[in-house]
Ligand binder design. Structure first.
Ligand code: NDP
Length: 398
């Protein structure tokens, strides 16, 4: 029995809250805390359980966070605000003796740069305090790392290639919308690509490489090579991997809009002067784009995310292996009011917290998800709406 604070009541936070509330045997008290109190109160009311309450915090302020933690004395914080808040929340956790979990690595606001170094620098402090910080426990990063750990544990003696493949074959009926926070999403996609090859990172131009990959129950989709943060820890934790890549599908309509947004300067993250007011174009764009939380109602189709791995099997023979989950936008919406991208992130975040609070994941310090036992976590996501499947010996197309 434990108390959690969920920070950031957006699309993902809504799913985490709904899912934690389904498990009072683990999460006996749940506090929803975000910048806008009314959103937390509205969700607490909608969930309608006496153990779910609302509070307000500006998670950019360590001081406010410390006050929040002192008020509620949580065992764990589930951070599903924006990546900018990771370090302030980790600082407050250290100050108050609270365990930590997030779904995206820290990014400074003024540079779109993804790496774990900032958060890995907290390792010693968390370890010394006897606390645990679980990094990147959404779907990708998150389940993608646990799928890889599961493959290493049960199938491979040596993994050689890893391709994480992320397909959203859904249709929300809008000309252009992002499936999670538009600012974070556009910053990620417009970066250079990067993949691991024979001990070093190879840099590509944004969306330079693409190929058609076939997704279960969906069919072929053009998939683009991107850099994604889980690659950084996976190639360290599985040093036999000689090539690691990440692929994400995009439709032509989406890419055309994205190109225009960039060409006209709306993807800029530096401040510009507008009639005497400083604005960041990408933040302004976020304010006029559809809110990802409102996409769910008419969203059809499904997501399919998984890992395609090759290497030497436990018997030393060449093995190909594909482990994946498909998630329906409509079913996610019926259960939580959110679409599948929020759902596939929120369910693993709840399950990661559950693993920690029930003692199944008990390493101290700052940890990436693949460092823990994959078995109970994968059983938990399957029981909580994200069943997964395996194809052994198939064509990986890569
Ligand atoms: P949203 O924009 O829908 O929600 C973010 C929430 O954070 C909002 O409720 C916002 O509050 C709150 N917030 C922002 N700044 C602060 C602050 N300073 N203090 C307190 N609360 C704040 O984003 P999503 O739900 O789509 O994404 C949430 C996180 O999940 C992001 O970090 C994203 O990168 C990550 N993610 C991870 C994925 C994975 O698979 N690992 C996939 C998808 C997302 P307000 O509404 O008041 O502005």
């Amino acid at each position: 029995m434990a108390k959690v604070i969920i920070i950031g009541i957006g699309g993902v936070g809504t799913v985490v809250a709904c899912k934690c509330a389904q498990h009072p045997e683990v999460f006996n008290e749940i506090v929803l805390a975000s910048r806008t109190l009314s959103k937390c109160e509205a969700l607490a009311k909608k969930i309608g359980k006496p153990n779910v309450t609302a509070d307000r915090v500006d998670a950019d302020s360590v001081e406010e966070l410390v006050e929040l933690f002192k008020r509620h004395k949580p065992d764990m914080v589930i951070n599903v605000a924006l990546p900018y808040q990771d370090l302030t929340i980790m600082d407050a956790c250290l100050a108050c003796g609270v365990n930590y979990l997030d779904t995206a690595n820290y990014e400074p606001k003024d540079v779109a740069h993804f790496e774990y170094s900032w958060q890995w620098a907290y390792r010693e402090r968390f370890e010394k305090a006897g606390l645990t910080a679980i990094l990147g426990c959404g779907f990708d990063p998150g389940v993608s790392g646990v799928f890889t750990a599961y493959a290493a544990k049960h199938w491979f003696s040596e993994m050689e290639t890893l391709d994480i493949v992320d397909c959203n074959a859904g249709n929300h009926g809008k000309a252009f919308a992002t499936n999670f926070n538009p600012e974070i999403n556009i910053r990620e996609i417009t970066q250079n690509g990067r993949y691991w090859q024979d001990g070093e990172w190879v840099v590509t131009k944004p969306l330079e490489y693409h190929k058609s990959l076939t997704y279960p129950n969906i069919g072929p989709r053009d998939s683009y090579l991107l850099y994604h943060e889980e690659l950084e820890s996976l190639v360290i934790n599985y040093p036999t991997i000689r090539r690691a890549r990440f692929w994400m599908t995009f439709g032509q309509e989406y890419l055309t809009h994205l190109r225009v947004i960039q060409d006209i300067g709306m993807a800029r993250i530096d401040e510009v002067d507008y009639n005497g007011t400083k604005i960041v174009p990408l933040q302004f764009l976020k304010a006029v784009l559809p809110n990802p939380q409102d996409l769910g109602e008419n969203y059809t189709g499904e997501t399919s995310i998984g890992c395609r791995i090759s290497g030497k099997g436990k018997d030393g023979k060449l093995l190909t292996y594909y482990i994946y989950n498909n998630c329906s936008h409509h079913e996610a919406y019926l259960e939580t009011g959110m679409q599948a991208v929020s759902y596939t992130t929120g369910v693993p975040a709840m399950c990661g917290a559950m693993m920690f609070l029930t003692g199944k994941w008990n390493l101290k310090g700052v940890r990436n998800v693949e460092e823990f036992d994959p078995d109970p976590f994968l059983a938990a996501i399957a029981e909580n709406g994200l069943p997964w499947h395996e194809i052994v010996g198939g064509d990986l197309e890569l």
